[in-house]
Design a protein around this ligand. Structure first.
Ligand code: PAF
Length: 281
């Protein structure tokens, strides 16, 4: 497995495979790899001949310095997980490689980035689109795989690749969950054991919506109330937002008529967890 640290070396690795007629796939991550990331790698391998995975904790997408500092960085473990999972190249640029002195160009996402997560975390998606564009620029993949847990991020990246004619196929992978329903996330490691137990209120709240929706409830205010009561019943949880939106436009719906997705963010002390559930009628 190659461990590559500079954009120039990353492009050289990718170009060599492209010239040889091989398809290159990139799995962008911020490290602290878990089963969810490995599911992305497995999916990646189905779409290409060689798999690159990037690990970079991107300062541009953190709107709280404490969250950036506390983000887990178990790089040795991550590299050994990649090695044993058959990743062909790991791209681990430093912040100085990514944002050298004089760096001043950003990718500005559109309206999709101003709502939901974007409204709570100003500048977050501008940081995501900028770093993903740079990762794409260095790794030059044919395909890239992202998790659907970051539902809005996925929609924004899909939009960016179309709008900027990047010619990269974007694949979204369903969320991988623990046995009790909690979505896998690198942030879960920062939960205390009591918070970890409490955090099941997030998937339970989303399940409550899905059940009520299957039973015929279509009014989103009533569905949100049901879910909110599940989170509010958990003393260690602090509800932030829950909205039911159209999966393409991400606009809030009053009534569910066809496709919809419930998206939520809940705090456990300093740890903010996000999750979502697609609703079918
Ligand atoms: O989803 C993530 O881990 C990050 O937002 C990404 C896409 C790697 C960009 O830093």
């Amino acid at each position: 497995m190659y461990v590559i640290t500079t954009p120039v070396a990353m492009s050289a690795w990718s170009d060599a495979h492209r010239v040889a007629g091989r398809r290159v796939v990139l799995v962008p991550t911020m490290g602290a790899l878990h089963e969810g990331h490995l599911a992305l790698v497995d999916e990646a391998r189905r779409h290409a001949d060689v798999v690159a995975l990037s690990i970079f904790v991107n300062p541009l997408q953190f709107n709280r310095p404490d969250d950036f500092t506390a983000y887990p960085r178990p790089i040795d473990d991550d590299l050994s997980v990649c090695r044993s999972h058959g990743v062909d190249a790991v791209y681990v640029p430093t912040a100085a490689d990514m944002y050298p002195a004089g760096f001043e160009t950003h990718v500005e996402p559109g309206a999709l980035a101003n709502i939901l997560e974007g409204a709570q975390r100003p500048g977050h998606f501008r940081g995501v689109t900028t770093v993903v564009a740079k990762l794409f620029g260095a790794a030059r993949p044919h395909v890239a795989v992202f998790g659907q847990k970051d539902f809005q991020q996925l929609a924004i990246i899909q939009r960016m690749t179309i709008d900027l004619d990047m010619g990269i196929e974007i694949i979204g992978m369903p969320t991988v969950r623990e046995a009790d329903g909690l979505a896998l996330s690198s942030r879960n490691r920062r939960l205390t054991s009591a918070q970890r137990t409490a955090a099941t209120c997030v998937p339970r709240a989303l399940d409550r919506i899905a059940e009520a929706c299957s039973a015929g409830e279509r009014d989103t205010d009533r569905l949100i109330e049901l879910a909110r009561s599940v989170v509010d019943a958990e003393p260690l949880a602090r509800f932030e937002h829950l909205e039911i939106v159209h999966p393409d436009t991400l606009q809030s719906l009053d009534t569910i008529t066809d496709r919809a997705v419930a998206v939520t963010a809940v705090w456990f002390d300093e740890v903010r967890l996000i999750d979502n559930q697609v609703l079918s009628v």
